[in-house]
Design a protein around this ligand. Structure first.
Ligand SMILES: Cc1cc2nc3c(=O)[nH]c(=O)nc-3n(C[C@H](O)[C@H](O)[C@H](O)COP(=O)(O)OP(=O)(O)OC[C@H]3O[C@@H](n4cnc5c(N)ncnc54)[C@H](O)[C@@H]3O)c2cc1C
Length: 494
């Protein structure tokens, strides 16, 4: 992907079949779906691809056992079908991960086993192992650091796991193969309307400080928790309430599980579930569910949220993490859809909603990473039904996602012992994956900042030096990059 050559395509006043606003899971999914059907597509992202919620998930490709307990069978069914599609189309990124639900009383062992058998049944597939009960000894073998006092064994089940922002970049690369034009650091500032109908957008290029007017009859608003601000550019008569709900994750050393299995805490003190999942040689623990009034592009955790996670995982681990063991914190915002503002966020459906405004702009809100492909198919189908474009069926259920890193030589030296980031990779991210800023490399091309804040700060000067050589930037740029990166690392203080 080359940003400068993509920007040149904006100068010839071309009319696109689709404009997609937002480069997270929803927007990238729409760009891939529409471009692979043969339509011309441009995607505009205000910051970096997956800068928002789509790099801040729990990294599970799952049906959601929690939704099963709430009786949301169709949601679980759809997500489990998509889990199969993803493992087939992106096998380089989606892997099976096993979870232990440790049990300390026999009735609960039976109860969870019964629930997970229904999960297996709904999934109906053969790609994942079936759930089973395990005795005390086997449970300890799977999670050596599980709390052993009064442990009666557990129930084991399997789901999918992935690297969220890496999948985002690979979807972007696959869209480009299908002739979509994708541009990051390009923010939609206003909408073009003729006789009340949507005809395009005005976008601001924050790198070159230029404005572009881009034409299309089909504008898709896929800006997640920020959807409301785009909807407000369109109309002041909004009925739908978007309730951003914040989810915090802590990252700790892998010794806190000490194996390849994760733990599912089936009921936290606020009645939710909590995961401790092995990921990239570390353990992610989360998440929380706190309603926030104003969504931020850099959401911050609170001390209460951090304490909540530490308190709830403590009962399940023999050696449990303390505040000083936290290596990193990351926070995502769920774009939940409510019909009134009083419902509790944990009770709101994770099902997506598509809203077509009077002007014809289509907004897609909510959903999950797991179902991004299905959501995109629904959005493009619905948009096509209201246009003069010929209807072509979606092709993504059988479309392989490109592995953008397949040609990189991983054998070279890493800049860190805690995670893998080599000079070759940095050069590749800059030249082929539109990484423009230090944070793009540290947070989303690699996941360094999500894994270990202190170590990321240590290697940042080396990373930015390599970037500056590739981008022909001077010392002033280097200092600015480091300054804004250090500011970012200070956001989620532990
Ligand atoms: C804590 C948490 C854990 C989760 N865990 C999981 C999980 O394990 N599995 C799962 O399947 N799902 C999970 N999800 C859900 C999943 O992450 C989200 O549903 C998904 O990432 C939402 O993607 P999106 O594209 O709609 O929003 P976003 O990723 O937020 O993308 C919106 C994009 O729009 C851009 N934007 C905003 N304004 C403009 C503008 N004016 N112009 C251009 N661009 C703009 C933003 O910069 C952003 O990049 C989780 C969510 C949270 C919050």
């Amino acid at each position: 992907m080359n940003r400068s050559s993509n920007i040149k395509l904006l100068n010839n006043n071309k009319k696109f079949d689709f404009i997609v606003i937002g480069g997270g899971a929803s927007g990238l999914g729409c760009a891939l779906d529409a471009s692979s059907r043969g339509y011309s597509v441009i995607l505009l992202e205000k910051f970096d691809f997956c800068k928002g919620t789509s790099s801040r998930s729990t990294k599970l490709i799952h049906g959601g056992v929690r939704y099963l307990e709430k009786g949301q069978i169709s949601l679980v069914y759809e997500a489990l079908k998509e889990r199969d599609v993803l493992i087939k189309n992106a096998p380089h990124l989606v892997k099976q991960v096993g979870f232990l639900i440790p049990v300390y009383n026999y009735f609960l062992k039976f109860y969870y086993f019964f629930g997970l058998k229904i999960y297996d049944f709904i999934s109906g597939n053969l790609s994942f192992e079936k759930s089973r009960t395990v005795n005390r000894e086997s449970a300890i073998k799977l999670v050596p650091n599980v709390d052993k006092e009064k442990l009666k064994g557990g129930v084991v089940y399997f789901d999918g796991q992935f690297d969220d922002s890496r999948l985002g970049i690979d979807i972007a690369l696959t869209s480009e193969i299908n002739n979509a034009v994708l541009i990051n650091y390009m923010s939609v500032e206003s909408l073009i309307k003729v006789n009340g109908k949507i005809k395009g957008v005005i976008a601001h290029d924050s790198v070159n400080n230029n404005n572009f007017s881009i034409n299309s009859d089909n504008v898709i608003n896929a800006t997640g928790v920020f959807s409301r601000s785009i909807m407000e550019l369109d109309s002041n008569k909004l009925k739908t309430v978007i309730r951003p709900s914040q989810g915090v994750h802590l990252v700790v050393d892998k010794c806190f599980l000490n194996g390849n299995f994760g733990i599912l805490v089936p009921k936290t003190s606020d009645g939710r579930v909590l995961f401790a999942v092995p990921w990239q040689d570390h353990v992610i623990i989360g998440t929380t569910d706190t309603v926030v009034d104003n969504p931020s592009f850099n959401p911050e955790s609170t001390q209460e949220e951090i304490n909540f996670i530490l308190e709830n995982i403590k009962n399940y681990l023999e050696v449990y993490p303390l505040k000083e063991d936290i290596k990193s914190v990351f926070v995502g915002l769920r774009p939940l859809v409510a019909n009134n503002s009083s419902s509790k966020s944990k009770d709101l459906s994770r099902k997506h909603k598509i809203i077509v405004s009077e002007s014809g702009m289509v907004s897609v809100i909510g959903g999950k990473w797991t179902t991004y492909r299905r959501m995109a198919e629904n959005v493009i189908d619905l948009t096509l039904k209201k246009t003069k474009l010929p209807f072509v069926n979606s092709k993504t259920s059988d479309l392989k996602i490109k592995n953008g890193l397949s040609d990189i030589d991983f054998s070279k030296k890493s800049l860190s012992d805690d995670f893998f980031l080599s000079e070759e990779m940095i050069i590749h991210y800059v030249n082929n994956e539109m990484a423009l800023n230090l944070d793009d490399i540290m947070s989303r091309r690699s996941r360094c900042l999500f894994l270990n804040i202190k170590e990321s700060i240590r290697i940042a000067p080396m990373v930015v030096e390599i970037m500056s050589n590739e981008l022909s930037k001077d010392k002033v740029w280097i200092n600015e990059q480091l300054k804004s990166f250090y500011k970012l690392t200070n956001i989620n203080k532990i």
